[in-house]
Ligand binder design. Sequence first.
Ligand code: NAD
Length: 501
Amino acid sequence: MTDTTAAPTGIPEKIRHYIGGEFVDSIDGDEFDVINPVDNRPYIKAASGKKADIDSAVASAKQAFDEGPWPRMLPRERARVLNKIADIAESRNQELAEMESFDSGLPITQARGQAARAAENFRFFADLIVAQVDDAFKVPGRQANYVNRKPIGVAGLITPWNTPFMLESWKLAPAIATGNTVVLKPAEFTPLSASLWPGIFEEAGLPTGVFNMVNGFGEEGFAGDSLVKHPDVPLISFTGESSTGQTIFANAAPWLKGLSMELGGKSPAVVFADADLDAAINATIFGVFSLNGERCTAGSRILVEESVYDEFVERYAAQAKRVKVGLPSDPDTEVAALVHPEHFEKVMSYVEIGKEEARLVAGGGRPEGFETGNFVAPTVFADVAPDARIFQEEIFGPVVAITPFKSDAEALQLANDTKYGLAAYIWTSDLKRAHNFSQAVESGMVWLNSNNVRDLRTPFGGVKASGLGHEGGYRSIDFYTEQQSVHINLGEVHNPVFGKQ
Ligand code: NAD
């Protein structure tokens, strides 16, 4: 496919930082190219932030926190602004989705869903802060205690390139809802949709300095690293690769910063012989091929009970071959282009590794008719051994490994046999087995006979190398607030008296 999509209207002339209510270039003038994944041609320049830009953004956010109205406003007043943000994002859904799809390669239909979810995140946290109740404890006649919940300060938000706008909203909404001010560092592969935040926030009436954004890279000396190491940033919420999480953990240690880490995954989908196979196949196809396979909770290892294994593999491969690969802008497209040529090379290298390690039953390279751009055909490997790299390592593309098992014990052992622990999907009609398995599986989230549907109130997070802490619902409110205990004496002071005359 040599054809490319036309750039959506409304793309800025350049992607700049946004600091103290102004779009600004990098202090040293440095810029980098951003590419379109359909043809890998640079289509825009973005400012590349360094320590000096982060210093400036943090100073703006700190001033807004120390002196501005936002942290001191009533929750209901802040909620009004958040609801306006949601309204504006909703009304600009198509524009947001077009930019996201053009920049990241996400199929447009899925990008629209993600943009809608971003708006919903703001609406949800607006509701939550108004309904917030905090604990109070009493000891009759002696003392009362209550919890004084306070915003913490400047939150550093560092986000990845998969579903960028939605994942940014997932951090921005609770961080500002609770009265903090923020510095966002969007992913360098996909800065386009983030360039719309300033306009949305200004229109909604968010006070100047509450939201600041520095674009650029993450590595040492660049924007991400400088944000993590800034002494005036007590909180870092990070979503990205587990190895980056380890670096950030170490770099934040000298300040003992509050850290929330949503990291990588290699989640198992376990299909027992008594499952509704039609539903399991549909869900596990969607689970790994939606969002181009660039989904942290992708069920990228499918474990199937031996007695239905051959049938499952045959039907699964046939359906995977029917998944519609197309241009990101085509509403019928189910899998489009991977975000960047570097990532494309990584995914393709795993496809080659898989051909050595297992039996290829669908895909295995570029889809027919797509000679350029970052297109990978939905790829299915069967008979994958647990020590295979494609079983153990996160590929983050449209590639799935299928492995047979003989017993519940073996299924559990295989499910837990990677360093990751983000999600698990279990398909069975046996209720006891479903609950027992979900309690034993090492994952932060379990979906029973269910696709990746999530109520915004539920905690989201992983165990093992998949994360640290939880966000979502009240867990986000807890992360972005300090819970100070206040003790009030209601009677005699009962402490022993030292130094009595
Ligand atoms: P990445 O770790 O390469 O980059 C993520 C962000 O961190 C980028 O903004 C990057 O610039 C920045 N960064 C890189 N090095 C840094 C450093 N030393 N200090 C500070 N910031 C730094 O991840 P990616 O490739 O953008 O995203 C894909 C990964 O994200 C996958 O592993 C995926 O599973 C994971 N992910 C997890 C979740 C979840 O909720 N668990 C959700 C989405 C994506």
